[in-house]
Write a new protein. Structure first.
Length: 344
């Protein structure tokens, strides 16, 4: 989808202190060979206090993003909050709390749970909402937030391809102005791949007591066995390539015209990584930054874009590819063009 008059007015992340992977190895939490294979040198780790509950971290990121974009809370027509994990209270709408604390009482707020692609998917959903003229405001606030606390989640080992970092991120879309223009978005979907996140887990009447950490890697292996799809790898690759290709075509650019790509913090360790699939050298992706934070749930792309702008790693005229994917399986790509440096 090509967008007209859609901008990023502000972006920010709130991340807690770093915990070094080598310390996790020393403490017996991480096998040395796994740490070396994944290449992640540290992850962000929040405290167990109420102040570091995911929705509260999201409110901090939201206020910062709104302030950076000089966006009046009264101009926000929609709040979308994405998360992977427990938000601090059972059966409770975290999005409404974030909207109330960061924007106000009357703004529609909805939670998204499309795993790691929630934040990226929210861009396309919010763009459609704003483009339809729903509500009185010209802006949408998109937030993410997670705290991967044990014992149910083992941040170092629960998933094969990455390690989890805590934190929150926020991005503000506007139909009026911003430091970057959203040129296009595209989402690829293959719902047959949801079994890779489910495995052979039974449908139970209530959450499982946390006797041990969930093993998402084992679920993936079992799910692949049950699916028995001869073209499983191709299904996954095809939807990633399709999202990338459509986003680039709708933006009127090629991968050679992309100055930087912000990608999920993930490494397979096989020698063929996501940047190869995208057709970019590793140094033109966000990997160097992401390997210091770990995989911050649905917020990798917002946090990565904030890092680029805060550190002047992009310039006016640069085009940036934001690329995300999440279990289900969905993949969303967006091309944004930097118009000016934030604050100028």
């Amino acid at each position: 989808m090509r967008w007209e008059n859609l901008f990023v007015s502000g972006v920010a992340a709130w991340l807690p202190p770093l915990a070094a992977a080598e310390d996790a190895v020393s403490d017996g939490l991480l096998a040395p060979e796994r740490g070396k294979l994944r290449g992640i040198v540290s992850v962000t780790v929040a405290s167990d206090s109420e102040e570091d509950a995911p929705p509260r971290m999201a409110v901090r990121a939201a206020r910062e993003a709104l302030g950076r974009g000089n966006t009046d809370p009264g101009d926000v027509a929609l709040v979308l909050h994405s998360s992977l994990w427990f938000q601090g209270v059972d059966m409770w709408p975290a999005a409404s709390y974030i909207a109330h604390e960061a924007v106000g009482r009357q703004v529609p707020a909805f939670g998204l749970a499309q795993r790691c692609n929630g934040g990226m998917g929210a861009i396309e959903l919010a763009a459609s909402y704003l483009g339809a003229g729903i509500g009185d405001g010209h802006a949408a606030l998109l937030t993410t937030g997670d705290r991967f606390a044990g014992p149910r989640v083992d941040r170092w080992n629960s998933v094969d391809v990455t390690m989890y970092g805590d934190g929150a991120a926020a991005l503000v879309l506007s139909t009026r102005d911003g430091f970057a223009r959203v040129l296009s978005t595209a989402t690829g979907v293959d719902n047959s791949l949801e079994i890779l996140a489910r495995g052979d887990e039974p449908f139970v009447p209530h959450p499982v007591e946390p006797s041990s950490a969930v093993d998402l890697g084992a679920r993936t292996v079992r799910g692949a066995e049950l699916a028995a799809l001869p073209d499983l790898t191709h299904r996954y690759i095809d939807l990633l390539v399709a999202a990338k290709t459509r986003a680039l075509e709708d933006a009127g650019t090629s991968i050679d015209g992309i100055a930087h790509a912000v990608i999920p913090v993930s490494r397979r360790g096989t020698g063929h990584e996501l940047h190869h699939l995208l057709g970019l050298p590793d140094e033109r992706t966000s990997w160097a930054y992401g390997r210091t934070t770990g995989h911050v749930g649905a917020g990798d792309q917002f946090a990565g874009l904030a890092h680029l702008t805060e550190n002047a790693l992009v310039s006016p005229g640069d085009r940036v590819l934001l690329f995300g994917g999440g279990a289900g399986y969905t993949c969303t790509a967006a091309v944004v063009e930097i118009l000016r440096m934030p604050g100028h």
